[in-house]
Design a protein around this ligand. Structure first.
Ligand SMILES: [Zn+2]
Ligand SMILES: [Zn+2]
Length: 220
């Protein structure tokens, strides 16, 4: 069966995201997704909490800050520590039974892996809907996927509800379960789709963030 999933979303469990668990499910459904991966920065707790509270298919994951750049780990049951090299981080993800994805490898102003993407990764995030410059980053990531024979996936890297679903992966999975999705990604039964998040949505996100900071400031 085909599953349409945004594989890179941050919730309020990441300090820099505005997406509440309620927003997450609301917008994922609204965008016609069947599943969504929760990939908060260096933590896993929120993903499991949210998965327990909803019937919507949540793929538990996290975005690990390796010393070489950011790495998305999906289908893991234990926290992957930050600060190790990309090679060691991928090894740790595999030991934990997870899928290692080189996310936004060629994006500027972010912890990107660039030449540190290697063949031990399971997949590469060819489309990151918030990547800048978008076209160039997709092209470079496509070339790397081709060279290293890696599966291709897409995600939004959403930090604001309405951004969810601009990047998504269509996965040919045996059944709608996290295990089946993880297996299909590793085996390459997946295809990336997406378009850049509109500038206005990124601007709205910044405005909301400033509002939230101002509110906190007034209340303290
Ligand atoms: Zn990142
Ligand atoms: Zn991210």
């Amino acid at each position: 069966m085909q599953i349409k999933a945004d594989l890179h979303v941050h919730t309020t469990y990441s300090k820099d995201s505005l997406i509440t668990p309620k927003d997450l499910v609301y917008y994922a459904k609204k965008r016609g997704l069947n599943a969504v991966a929760v990939t908060d920065h260096n933590q896993l707790e929120g993903a499991y909490k949210i998965a327990k509270e909803t019937d919507f298919l949540i793929i538990p994951g996290m975005e690990v800050s390796s010393s070489d750049g950011h790495i998305v780990a999906l289908n893991i049951h234990e926290l992957i520590p930050r600060g190790f090299s990309a090679v060691e981080t991928v090894e740790r993800i595999h030991k934990a039974g997870g899928v290692a994805i080189a996310c936004h490898p060629y994006v500027q102003f972010k912890g990107c892996l660039r030449e540190k993407v290697c063949a031990t990764f399971d997949a590469i995030e060819v489309i990151n809907a918030r990547a800048f410059p978008f076209k160039n980053s997709v092209k470079k990531a496509e070339e790397t996927a081709e060279r290293l024979k890696l599966s291709r996936v897409a995600g939004t890297d959403a930090h604001y509800g309405p951004q969810i679903g601009y990047g998504y992966t269509v996965i040919e999975a045996a059944e709608p379960s996290v295990e089946a999705i993880a297996k299909a990604i590793v085996e390459g039964h997946c295809q990336p789709f997406g378009q850049p998040v509109p500038f206005t949505l990124n601007l709205q996100q910044e405005l909301q963030r400033v509002k939230r900071m101002a509110k906190k400031f007034i209340h303290t």
